[in-house]
Design a protein around this ligand. Structure first.
Ligand SMILES: *Cc1c(COP(=O)(O)O)cnc(C)c1O
Length: 391
């Protein structure tokens, strides 16, 4: 029986072409890229090519790319890297950031940095004026994600970047505010031109774009000084020591390249499916769409349903061969309501009834028709058991 996988925001299957590109480095070419002999040089050359490919996609220079072991590590390097180099100051992050941005910010708060966690509007989008108002004389870093992993909202990064460039013109060298964006979910859905966006740092990863898990990269604009998070043999310009994951890096580059090549056609196809599915889902009694209608990732469908527990619905969906996520399953401790949904002003009960369906390259209209056929039945079952548990 066909499985209907609707959890692409959590993980994507490895693309066949990506695996093929990785194979030589998993089998034959095992040399350490730092070694001098010819067989190891193949690995060094592969790294050089992968770096150039990613730089090309992000419209930056090769030396502005640092390979990391994940999106999490890229975000950590950006935030800790900037903050610890500066030593003190004010940091602004949005309240709906991924944990890999929020937790480092919380840690820096403990280390004596000032931290503002910026609220978002009801639609999940940062209000640019509120952001600008929160900037202080000692602000060193702003981190706003390009697109959210739970509710799919896309932030006005280019607008913020433009404002910051204007504000930075009046600031002395060394007092400039750096702008970081976590683009792990946006890669593959949006054109990420770092110059156009006006960002100084940008994090991506492989596992959300049909690449290998445990791969990532940080764009760090020329001239930006970062304190390393990992120390050792000095790989990646000393910013990320450790023998490079050559096969993973080659896979990341291949995945980014393919995602970019099919981005526009996929985005168009998925946007159509998304808008249709959301309007159909909203016809279900007690169901409400979350987030923003248009500033939204093409593949993201997120709803809350009154009177159900998302977890139970997901287990039922699995019995019907549909893999989805509770709209709030961002952390392992799923008993806590999602910080993203709380930031939108939802109550714990509302947040508990949320469901996230994230589409991908294999998703068809037929898959969604099937989902729409079985979901009302599942919701009815969940509501019965919710009522039972209250008696
Ligand atoms: C998945 C994800 C990350 C973390 O990436 P890993 O490679 O799993 O560490 C960070 N930010 C966002 C928005 C993500 O979706």
């Amino acid at each position: 029986m066909k499985q209907i996988y609707l959890d692409h925001a959590a993980a994507t299957p490895l693309d066949a072409g990506v695996l093929k590109a990785m194979m030589p480095y998993l089998k034959k070419e095992f040399g350490n890229p730092s070694s001098l002999y010819g067989t190891a040089r193949a690995n060094k050359d592969a790294l050089t090519r992968a770096r150039a490919t990613i730089a090309d996609m992000l419209r930056c220079q090769s030396y502005e790319i640092v390979f990391t072991g994940s999106g999490t590590e890229a975000n950590n390097l950006a935030i800790f890297g900037v903050a610890r180099k500066k030593g003190s100051g004010h940091i602004i992050v949005s309240s709906i950031e991924h944990e890999s941005v929020l937790k480092p910010a919380q840690r820096l708060l403990q280390e004596g940095f000032r931290v503002t966690v910026l609220p978002v509007q009801k639609n999940g989008i940062v209000d640019v004026d509120t952001l600008l108002d929160s900037i202080a004389d000692d602000t060193i870093l702003i981190s706003i994600m390009t697109a959210n992993n739970e509710i799919g909202t896309i932030q006005p990064i280019q607008t913020i970047g433009g404002h910051l460039q204007r504000i930075n013109r009046d600031r002395a060298l060394g007092q400039k505010i750096l702008f970081h964006t976590d683009a792990c979910q946006a890669l593959g859905a949006l054109l990420l031109d770092v110059r156009k966006l006006g960002v100084d740092l940008l994090a991506i990863n492989g596992s959300k774009v049909y690449g290998p898990k445990g791969t990532g990269a940080l764009y760090a604009k020329k001239g930006i000084e970062l304190e390393p998070v990992i120390y050792g043999g000095g790989q990646e310009k000393g910013l990320r020591s450790g023998t490079e994951n050559v096969a993973g890096i080659v896979g990341l580059a291949a995945a980014v390249k393919k995602a970019n090549a099919i981005r526009d056609t996929e985005a168009k196809r998925l946007t159509k499916l998304r808008d249709w599915a959301i309007s159909e889902l909203e016809k279900i009694d007690g169901a409400r769409a979350t987030g923003d209608r248009t500033n939204r990732l093409p593949n993201n469908i997120h709803i809350t349903v009154e009177g159900i527990e998302g977890e139970e619905a997901v287990l039922y969906l699995d019995k019907y061969r549909i893999q989805a996520s509770t709209g709030s399953a961002c952390t392992t401790s799923s008993l806590e309501p999602s910080h993203v949904l709380t930031a939108l002003g939802m109550s714990a009960a509302q947040a508990a009834g949320s469901l996230r369906f994230t589409m991908g390259r294999s998703t068809t209209k037929k898959d969604l028709e099937y989902l729409l056929r079985v979901l009302p039945e599942i919701i009815a079952k969940c509501r019965r058991s919710t009522r039972m548990s209250k008696i």
